[in-house]
Design a protein around this ligand. Structure first.
Ligand code: BGC
Length: 748
């Protein structure tokens, strides 16, 4: 068992991946724990008091040890303690003599990642953007709990998930890891997800704080945005997520925000997060996202990851020199330790065990089924009736093999290996990091099982003429189209790549009963939408995606997802023609040497007008609006009643007017008085309700005052503008049959 020494000139991030792949499995099994004693082990004391008590026993070196990562497995010569690491994305050795556990951190946006390196399985859940399309906090909590449970099963006690950067840039390659374009929806869902993770005794995370809204040049992007705009968009998602979800950690991002690196940004860290929101946990840097010792420590960064370039010896020196106070080091350590006590990882470490794959399958399938969005269903082509069909042609998208997933650190390894292995995959870090991975949940197989008496053929779609012939010979054609996205790069365009539009056109011309299933990381352009009879957006649907798709197509499941992102008709309708990019040669997405290049500005001039707010304000018609999604049921809205004054309450009735049980996401939007100077409308509430045929339900919402507030940048405070508001309710941002006026009193 030998640690691997890597030459200093290997890019650090790259070295990490090579090293992780090369280290033997058995190194991680050893986690020393001494029987802890001392007053801080008294469970009846508060986490803060316990942290105070244990810190009295700690040397300065022990404190320093807690405020930075110990490197990643196999990187560097220095730290033999790294052999204790469980092999995840981050590791901070504990202090056995005081009973303080190692912190074993792992990426977990859609499941516990990187398991293949150790032959460990975890459930691949649908993408986070899929989860957002469920509009269902209970579902988000259940998914978070499943992920937390499997992290613990695999020996991790800290999650690195919780991505909530809003979809300001629809071409962002990481949108699949985030929760859509609306900060109130995203904030509430990430909060529920974090609650789920933490309910399993794992410390939760929210990331990437903040305005890390694109991957292009992500280590150097200087996000330029006004203060009011910042607070009402990107930061609002975090504000809700932090206050409601109470994560143990906040991960600051790579980029700069208005000229200051996010991990040394006095405004976002000290002023807003810690002082204004009262966040008691710790701020952890994104990997190699720390740029200084003194500035970062004094601005509010509490822990550097994944190593100690700035927060080890350099921090000691800064304390000796008086540039960082000893009290600030104590504050960092206190925040980490109080979180450990609060999470229970000191008292009740969870034993490792084999994940319950059956439970995982059931949560993953439910999540996929409840989040797919039916975009079109002309002449009620769906659900398919197996009894009335003789043949189905399934075409393209590797639907014979599996379903697509998103790449990068969120990648959950495919059980049994990639269903569509790339024979030419190079063994370099960049290729492995951004490889296209399919999970072995074949839609073709599931369709065959759903329709055993129907002849179901498969054509790979590589030759449009052959695909068209297959479609022509069948009663129904189902074309699968793909958009792969990954951390580290953005899409040049929302158009589907590799001639898939032409394939759909050819198939649709050959068979009027053509259904398209999309597996995508975010919105895509659907220029052929008018020519096909049905479109189902399945996102990256996870380990049971194939089965979920078949269940929706055949009506075993009634679709109930609604878009958490706007689908435009063209890239030119977006706020920017292209994603802002640095001049010159693009840095590698894995180039972590962040000081090597000067920042470049990304001016987010659309400000408040993110997503549907942009389309509303600019009077551009989207292809499919935010909040939109069809069901096999139909619903009617009536009886809107609103009360204003000091707070806003909204009541209305939704009725299932069909003969099929279904669920509807009923949405409420608000138009502000002119004096507020807001975009035309804002989502302020929703409820997902399951209704039997003919059943009606009253939706009653007491709207959080924050959701009707605007941020007064000069006063640095939220306020409610007095005046007359318009409240609207309905099935999507573009279909709001109910409207009523309400007056709100001003407030701060
Ligand atoms: C990503 C984070 C991730 C970290 C650790 C970074 O490159 O931006 O989201 O948690 O790596 O793997």
């Amino acid at each position: 068992m030998k640690l691997i020494d890597l030459p200093g000139d290997v890019p650090r991030r790259g070295a990490r991946v090579i090293a992780l792949l090369a280290v033997p499995c058995c190194l991680a099994q050893f986690t020393p724990r001494e029987k802890p004693t001392g007053p801080w082990m008294d469970k009846s004391l508060s986490p803060d008091r316990r942290a105070e008590l244990v810190m009295r026993e700690m040397t300065r070196d022990e404190k320093i040890q807690l405020v930075h990562g110990a490197g990643m497995v196999g990187i560097g010569k220095s730290d033999p303690v790294i052999v204790r690491s469980n092999g995840g994305g981050g590791f901070v050795p504990g202090i056995p003599r005081l009973g303080l556990p190692d912190l074993n951190m792992n990426d977990s946006s859609v499941g516990s990642g990187g398991g293949a390196r150790k032959g460990r399985y975890s459930t691949a859940m649908p993408s986070s953007l899929a989860l957002a399309s469920g509009w269902d906090a209970n579902l988000a909590r259940d998914v978070g709990a499943l992920i937390g449970r499997e992290l613990a099963d695999q020996g991790y006690n800290v999650s690195l998930g919780g991505g909530v950067n809003i979809t300001r840039e629809p071409r962002n390659g990481r949108n699949f890891e985030y929760l859509g374009e609306d900060p109130i929806l995203a904030g509430n869902l990430v909060a529920a997800w974090i609650q789920g993770v933490q309910s399993e005794g794992v410390i939760g995370d929210i990331k990437h704080y903040a305005v890390n809204d694109q991957e292009t040049g992500r280590y150097f992007t200087n996000a330029i945005i006004g203060k009011r705009e910042l607070r009402e968009t990107d930061l609002l998602a975090f504000e809700i997520g932090v206050k409601r979800g109470k994560p143990g950690m906040v991960m600051c991002s790579y980029n700069l925000i208005n000229g200051a690196w996010a991990c040394e940004n006095e405004y976002t860290l000290n002023q807003v997060l810690k002082k204004e929101w009262g966040f008691p946990g710790w701020v952890i840097s994104d990997w190699f996202g720390t740029h200084s010792t003194v500035k970062a420590a004094n601005a509010g960064l509490d822990q550097e990851q994944p190593d100690g370039r700035y927060f080890s010896d350099a921090l000691k020196k800064a304390i000796d020199g008086g540039e960082v106070s000893a009290a600030r080091l104590d504050d960092m350590v206190h925040r980490i330790l109080r979180t450990e006590f609060a999470a229970g990882i000191v008292d009740d470490p969870r034993p490792s065990r084999v994940p319950d794959i059956f439970r995982g399958f059931s949560v993953a399938q439910r999540a996929a089924e409840e989040t797919m969005v039916l975009l079109k269903n002309q002449d009620a082509r769906l659900p398919l009736n197996a009894a009335s069909l003789r043949s189905i042609a399934v075409i393209g998208g590797h639907a014979d093999a599996g379903v697509l997933s998103g790449g990068g650190s969120a990648q959950v390894d495919a059980a049994g290996g990639n269903a569509v292995p790339d024979p030419n995959l190079k063994n370099d870090i960049l290729s492995i990091f951004s490889q296209v991975v399919f999970h072995r949940s074949s839609p073709l197989r599931a369709i065959r099982e759903a329709a055993p008496s129907v002849k179901v053929t498969f054509d790979p779609g590589t030759d449009p003429a052959a695909a068209a012939a297959a479609a022509k010979a069948a009663d129904v054609a189902i074309v699968f189209v793909l958009q792969h996205t990954s951390e580290g790069k953005d899409q040049a365009s929302l158009a589907l790549p590799d001639g898939q539009d032409a394939l759909v056109e050819r198939v649709a011309a050959a068979n009027p009963r053509t259904i398209v299933v999309i597996e995508s990381g975010g919105p895509v352009l659907l220029p052929w939408a008018g020519k096909v009879s049905a479109i189902l957006e399945a996102w990256y649907p996870g380990i049971r995606g194939g089965e979920a798709i078949a269940n929706v197509l055949f009506g075993t499941v009634n679709p109930s997802g609604k878009l958490a992102v706007t689908f435009p008709t063209s890239d030119s309708d977006l706020p920017r023609a292209t994603v802002p990019a640095p001049p010159g040669k693009m840095p590698s997405p894995l180039d972590g040497l962040t000081d090597a290049r000067p920042p470049f500005p990304a001016s987010y001039d659309e400000g408040l007008k993110v997503g549907y707010k942009w389309f509303d304000a600019e009077k551009k018609a989207p292809a499919y609006p935010f909040g939109f999604g069809l069901s096999y049921s139909t619903f009617a809205y009536s009886d809107l009643k609103v009360t204003g004054g000091n707070s806003l309450a909204v009541n209305f009735t939704v009725r299932n007017t069909s003969r099929r049980a279904g669920a509807e996401v009923a949405q409420v939007y608000l138009s502000f008085p002119d004096a507020a100077n807001e975009p035309p409308k804002r989502l302020i509430g929703w409820e997902k309700i399951a209704l039997k045929p003919g059943e009606s339900r009253v939706v009653s919402l007491a709207v959080d005052p924050l959701y009707v507030s605007v941020f007064d940048a000069a006063a640095e405070a939220w306020k409610i503008v007095p005046g007359e508001y318009r409240v609207m309710a309905g099935p999507s941002s573009a279909a709001l049959p109910l409207a009523a006026k309400a007056s709100l009193a001003g407030a701060r």
